[in-house]
Design a protein around this ligand. Sequence first.
Ligand SMILES: Cc1cc2nc3c(=O)[nH]c(=O)nc-3n(C[C@H](O)[C@H](O)[C@H](O)COP(=O)(O)OP(=O)(O)OC[C@H]3O[C@@H](n4cnc5c(N)ncnc54)[C@H](O)[C@@H]3O)c2cc1C
Length: 493
Amino acid sequence: MASTDPSQEFDLIVVGCGIAGLSAAVTAQQNGARVAVIERAIKEERGGNTRYTESYWRMSSRDEVSADFEDQLARNSGGYPDPELIKETTRPYDEWPPLLKSLAITDPELISTLAREAPIALQWLETFGVTFDFLPNYFINESTTRMAPVGGGLALVEALATYAETVPGDINFFYETTAKALIRGADGAISGIAAVGKGNRRQEIRGQAVVLASGGFEGSPEMQSHYLGPQALYIRPVARGGHYNRGEGIRMALDAGGAPAGDYGSFHAQPVDPRSGEQEPVVLTYTYGILVNKLGRRFVDEAPATVDASYESRTRIIMQQPEGLAYAIHDGGLDDVPNWQKSVRSRVPPLTADSVPDLAAQIGVDAEALIATIEAYNAACPDPAGFDPIHADGLATQGLEPIKSNWARVLDRPPFRAWPIIAANCFTFGGIKVNTNAQVINMDGEVIPGLYAAGEVVGLYYRNYPGSTSVMRGAVTGRLAALDFTRRHNRAA
Ligand SMILES: Cc1cc2nc3c(=O)[nH]c(=O)nc-3n(C[C@H](O)[C@H](O)[C@H](O)COP(=O)(O)OP(=O)(O)OC[C@H]3O[C@@H](n4cnc5c(N)ncnc54)[C@H](O)[C@@H]3O)c2cc1C
């Protein structure tokens, strides 16, 4: 029997304790609501992906998002949607037809709301003692501006959770409790969560609304295989926190009739060393060398643009290679790149050799194939004068398929080095459609009363992930949900 303890009744129920859930819970509490936070992890591991991120925000200052923010989100806001429908986005949102409101695109309204609200969310987070600054990152060359909180996502989780714990009675944490299903009242509005605690104990937690902030499905092999295909076998979450995100929030919203949004067939891919168990063990030097698959063949332009703007699409192509694996191959020329070590976060040393055949033997690739690949590549490299590791230098191969568009220099001097690379899943793109109040929109373009989505549960991304926008998505949508709820709640009280 499920518990029906009246002490399990709250104003707002928040599922998940990352940046999205905590932003929602604390904002609701600050506006007079009594909140329950349901969290699958133990307290010491709360915070999902947020706990492990350095948490860069695509900002040009504390007061403004980066110059390219809206343009990048708009460029990656869908596939090829019907232009006749898109035309209608120029009308006020209330006049949009239901088809458009429920269409799997990122609404222009949501993009401008994120741009407007991100600085407000950042400055709100600072009120809990967190400081944002332009901190160093692992890109040697990049295309935009970013700020991050000192102490990363962990500092955000700890600051908000510590605040929440100092107001006992107002925000109640249910750790080691997994939300499984939404409860609907007789009027059709969402009125609670059915959850499972330790020992498979079922319980019902009641409230006037629910915020689903339980992340994507990067921790669910079943959903990844279903949506991403069989090569999903070779990917894994980029850090421990992702394993907690098993897609229940997204499933619950879909089951309740929520419209899907975000690209279900894609995810934020990062190139990592599969031998490393550290968080986010990226290998991003390959733009200065070449990538080969297990057959010893190049398969992609390693450097079409700055590394921050191109690594995700390269990594998805690595995932499609045999066994989802590639090798970054370098020679001694890597040492001409100042501070290249900051771009390799794996602490497992590369495989090193004095000759290409020896390197081939170490990585288990056919030596003749690797020699042929490197000879063809070397023959296509231009005069290296003008090599500039900090900017896209246009040193492109000539007559080679696939081309290498920048930083193409011959590989001929030892030590030869190789790092294995697989695709890691930072977070999945497939999620739920929301309006600018973070209310879940159903398949008929209407709000589902009492249901909000925040953070990774919100479907926002298609094509290429505009980097450094996911933590801010969590903070902004979490706050929007709580503000909308408390506005309605206080009005009703
Ligand atoms: C290593 C790393 C680096 C990153 N770098 C950046 C960056 O620099 N900038 C950026 O913008 N983004 C970055 N990201 C992505 C970003 O951190 C996340 O997308 C974002 O923090 C997600 O926030 P969230 O609150 O939606 O989910 P999460 O922080 O993942 O929180 C979800 C919470 O829900 C809980 N949960 C899951 N299912 C249930 C359930 N059924 N019941 C109860 N609880 C549940 C989980 O345990 C977890 O605590 C990075 C991610 C990682 C891992």
